[in-house]
Write a protein that binds this ligand. Sequence first.
Ligand code: ATP
Length: 305
Amino acid sequence: MAAPIVQLKNLSHKYSSSWAIRDINMEVNQAGIVGLLGSNGAGKSTTMNILCGALNQTEGDVFINGISMRESPEEAKRDIGFLPQNPPLYMDLTVDEYLDYCATLRWIPSFNMKAFIKEAKERCGIDHYSKRLIRNLSGGYRQRVGIAQAIVHKPKVVVLDEPTNGLDPNQIIEVRSLIKEIARERVVIFSSHILSEVQILCRDIVMIESGKIVFADTMDAFNNYVEPHSMLVKMENPPAEADLLQVQGVTRVEYLTDRQLRIYFSGDQEIAERMITAGVEKGWRMREITLDKSSLDEIFKQLSS
Ligand SMILES: Nc1ncnc2c1ncn2[C@@H]1O[C@H](COP(=O)(O)OP(=O)(O)OP(=O)(O)O)[C@@H](O)[C@H]1O
């Protein structure tokens, strides 16, 4: 059987006296986007820096296509492209000069260099800015140059540390669609502290909190897991709890005010429809139903407990 494209094995890291990450295990076996989700200080950058060989772990190892980062760092790094949280851009170079320099660092043979750089620029939509100084580009275009340097050597794995941080809404949309595009034929591991961003982009999600993985599965499994199990209902003529428990799926009722209730349910999400039908039939005079959504904080609390 082929080795996983990316494998993190019992990865732990200690900065001076305290552990930043502890016993991280993860495997990626196919192209697509894996989202590393965690709040500030959760350990995302530490994990990514180690994964890319930019930081030496205290314990454990990283394998890229079965090659150990600890034993053969140069070989393992050949198939990785990395955009760190602070993109390593040289403001006084033009886009072409900068990408030439990056391509040289990435051991691209000189006869391929021009073609590889051209392809990276085209994919990132920066070809028309080839001669422009990086300092004169907008934040969104600088980030594109950062992504171009991460894919210039055509690596199988691209790691992007919070690539949409600090961008305006339009730039965020553009960078997200670029990430989708480059993930078509390779693994992209990207980090974010925004749940909705990971939900939009990723096939798989790895949630990290206080240096530990608290959830790792497909995005579909995650969405099922966090589906709401309660709703806020406003009605003019609320019935007794016994009547509400007759509606299929309702498990518990909390009376918040004389016209506002929180209704807990299990099972499918069609409960709102059944509630409306029952309300109309029985004259409860419903005014509003809102399914409660879990916030990221609540989900982390739930998963970490
Ligand atoms: N160079 C360092 N020296 C000491 N502690 C560090 C260092 N870098 C990170 N840490 C600590 O390690 C923990 C994990 O930090 P890390 O930067 O990996 O988290 P993160 O999830 O990427 O957060 P952010 O989104 O804020 O960058 C935090 O408690 C942080 O304070």
